[in-house]
Design a protein around this ligand. Sequence first.
Ligand code: HIF
Length: 290
Amino acid sequence: TQNGGAFEPKVFKPEFKDYQAVYNEIAKLLQEHDEYDDGSYGPVLVRLAWHASGTYDKESGTGGSNGATMRFAPESQHGANAGLINARNFLEPVKAKFPWISYSDLWILGGVCSIQEMMGPKIPYRPGRADRDMSSCTPDGRLPDASQGPRHVRDIFYRMGFNDQEIVALAGAHALGRCHTQNSGFEGPWTFSPTVLTNDYYKLLLGSKWQWRKWDGPKQYEDKETKTLMMLPADMAFIEDKEFKKTVEKYAADNDLFFKDFSAVIVKLFELGVPYTDKSETFVFKNLDE
Ligand code: HIF
């Protein structure tokens, strides 16, 4: 250029330390806002990251976490996304403090941070997602229907490109959080410690007696002993189906194996449809207390 580049705008190139700063900010806000739900925004942040990613269709290459199109109607209004406004709003002050990060990268970083801070495994993170406009919103019906069984669960996750073992490894995330009548119509948590990631989901699926809950709401299961835990019909798919059940047994018996496989498969989920280049770097964040 004429002036030797002196007046060219400086392009900010975020590095590991910049993303770690975003991670730390989210982790700090998670600690500060322990008034929400069971004491943490972590589960709903994980659900946001998954619903942003789980719209992916491998045939057409549409959907996935690239784009953050859930900011816009109609996607924000899809029944499956009810309640995720809480997660999106939670992350707004983080976006305001670090405006250089895309919403799509931020939502996934929110999921990664929440899993690690809820005592889960390390989740390697690769930035590179760009926000898109509402013309990239995916059609309704790409996320799973909780009232259905093994066949539907397979259809939905095969469409994203997962196999049976990977589907079961993902399912352990229902150790976290709960169902809310105002969101899905269902009610209750899957485990006794819904803000800590463990293999308890698999242990409870196999070890508890499950019966239909008698209530006005949609058909769901309750544990016979305490009647405080729940399973969706779609969760029961994992023990109704023999192939799925074998893998449930493996993870119920071995938390380390679950952590290893869960980390790998959630990275795959979070990266569906993201146009990475050879130069994309992978980051492993320090937890807040490390
Ligand atoms: Fe969920 N899921 N999910 N889910 N989910 C809910 C809540 C959470 C399904 C249905 C529901 C996965 C798979 C499936 C989380 C994470 C993951 C709710 C309740 C429903 C109905 C929403 C509400 O009422 O607020 C179905 C049918 C799935 C296919 C089997 C993933 C594997 C388990 C992919 C996954 O990671 C999390 C976390 C929550 C808790 C959100 C909260 O606000 O606490």
